[in-house]
Design a protein around this ligand. Structure first.
Ligand SMILES: NC(=O)c1ccc[n+]([C@@H]2O[C@H](COP(=O)([O-])OP(=O)(O)OC[C@H]3O[C@@H](n4cnc5c(N)ncnc54)[C@H](O)[C@@H]3O)[C@@H](O)[C@H]2O)c1
Length: 340
C-alpha cells in the first residue's frame, strides 16, 4: 500500500533531449535522468549514435522524425543559438513543454512569438539559468535590502580562454551575437532578479575585439555596459569577456547603508566603510544547483503562474540584449522594424 506521498506523486515526466551530444547536453543528461525518463534524443552529431546506445535510448538526427515516433511530455533543448527558435517553435506546435538553455530567445520579436505560441498551447518554455538556483545568489537577493537603497553596481564576468573562439560561437549566423548574448545573458538575468524594473534599462555599450576574425564577424570578445535604471536612479557597469587574464565572476552592489559582494562561492555584506557584517559561503558542487534547477523546472511545467512570471522576466532580458545589439546595428534594427 503506497503512502499518501507516493500515491499523490506525479509520474516522472518523459523527456526528449534535443542537442544531447553537445557540451551542455552531456552535462544535463545524467541529471535529467534523476527526475525524468529520457525517452529519446535528437542530435545530428556523429558522436550521438554511440552516446544514445550507451545511455540506452533511441536517437534521431532530426527533430521531425522524433516528433513522429516518440511520445514525450517535455523537451530539454541544448542547441546552438540559431537553432533555438525553430526547434522550440516546432516543439510547441507539437504540444510539448520546453526546458531550454539560454538565451530564451535572441530577439524581442522571437521572444514574443514564443510566448504567444506557448500561451496558446498552454505549455511552458522554461530557461535554464543556474545562478537562480545557486544558494549564494539567493542569499544576495534575500539580503539586498540590508544595504539600504542600491545606487551603484559593478559586475565582472570573464573567461581566460587563450585562443580565438571556435565552433558555432565563431559563426555569426549560428552564434547571433558575441559575449553579450552568450555570457551576458546570465548577468542580465541576475540583475533583473535583484532589481526588478518595469521599464527597459538605459544602456551605453562598448564592443571590443581581441581577434581580427571576431572583429570581421562582428562577434564581440569583450563588452562593457553602463546601465541606468530611470525609476530608481540606480547606475551600474558590466564587463564581460572571453580572453581575460583570469576566470572570474564578481558582483558588487553599493547601497546607502552598506555594500554587498557576490562571487559564485560566497556573498559578503559590508557596512558603509567596508566592515564585513555577514559572510555566506557555498562550497558546491555546481551540480547541486543544476540538479535543483532541472528538478524545479520539470516540476513546474504545468504551473501557469510560474510560467507567466518566467516569460515576463525572460522577455525583459531578451529585450535588453536585443536593444543593445539593435542600437549598434542599423541592419538588425531595420529587420526588427519589418517584423514589428
Ligand atoms: N548555462 C551555461 O553555463 C552554458 C554553458 C555552455 C553552453 N550553454 C548554452 O547551451 C547551448 C548549447 O551550447 P553547447 O556549448 O552545449 O554547444 P555544443 O556545440 O557543445 O552542443 C550543441 C549540440 O546541438 C546539436 N545540434 C545542432 N543543431 C541541432 C538541432 N537542430 N537539433 C538537435 N541537435 C542539434 C549539435 O550537434 C551539438 O551536439 C547554447 O544555447 C549555449 O548558450 C550554456
Amino acid at each position: 500500500m503506497p503512502s499518501d506521498g507516493l500515491k499523490n506523486a506525479r509520474p516522472r515526466p518523459r523527456v526528449l533531449m534535443v542537442g544531447f551530444a553537445g557540451h551542455q547536453g552531456k552535462e544535463y543528461l545524467p541529471i535529467v535522468r534523476e527526475t525524468a525518463d529520457v525517452v529519446a534524443g535528437v542530435d545530428p552529431a556523429p558522436a550521438a549514435t554511440s552516446l544514445a546506445d550507451e545511455w540506452g535510448f533511441p536517437h534521431y538526427d532530426v527533430l521531425g522524425e522524433a516528433l513522429a515516433k516518440v511520445d514525450f511530455d517535455a523537451a530539454v533543448v541544448t542547441v546552438p543559438h540559431n537553432e533555438h527558435f525553430p526547434v522550440c517553435s516546432q516543439l510547441l506546435a507539437h504540444g510539448s513543454h520546453v526546458v531550454k538553455e539560454k538565451p530564451f530567445a535572441v530577439t524581442e520579436h522571437e521572444a514574443r512569438q514564443l510566448i504567444h505560441q506557448a500561451q496558446r498551447a498552454d505549455r511552458g518554455v522554461l530557461t535554464l539559468l543556474q545562478r537562480n538556483f545557486n544558494p549564494v545568489f539567493r542569499f544576495a537577493r534575500e539580503n539586498l535590502a540590508r544595504i539600504g537603497d542600491p545606487y551603484w553596481f559593478s559586475y565582472d564576468y570573464h573567461f581566460n580562454l587563450a585562443h580565438p573562439t571556435t565552433g558555432w560561437r565563431a559563426s555569426r549566423e549560428q552564434a547571433m551575437g558575441g559575449v553579450l548574448l552568450d555570457m551576458g545573458y546570465h548577468l542580465i538575468d541576475v540583475l533583473s532578479g535583484m532589481f526588478p524594473e518595469p521599464e527597459p534599462l538605459r544602456v551605453h555599450s562598448a564592443f571590443v575585439h581581441q581577434y581580427r576574425e571576431t572583429r570581421d564577424r562582428r562577434l564581440e570578445d569583450l563588452v562593457g555596459l553602463m546601465c541606468s535604471y530611470p525609476s530608481t536612479g540606480l547606475v551600474g557597469s558590466l564587463r564581460i569577456s572571453r580572453h581575460h587574464h583570469e576566470k572570474t565572476e564578481h558582483l558588487c552592489v553599493l547601497g546607502t547603508e552598506g555594500a554587498l559582494n557576490v562571487t559564485p562561492g560566497a556573498a559578503t555584506l559590508h557596512s558603509v566603510g567596508g566592515l564585513p557584517l555577514e559572510r555566506y559561503v557555498w562550497e558546491g558542487p555546481k551540480t547541486d544547483a543544476v540538479r535543483s534547477m532541472i528538478a524545479h523546472h520539470l516540476g513546474h511545467l504545468d504551473d501557469r503562474s510560474y510560467r507567466q512570471e518566467h516569460f515576463r522576466r525572460q522577455l525583459a532580458a531578451v529585450r535588453t540584449i536585443d536593444g543593445i545589439y539593435r542600437d549598434r546595428s542599423p541592419e538588425r534594427n531595420a529587420l526588427a522594424d519589418r517584423c514589428a
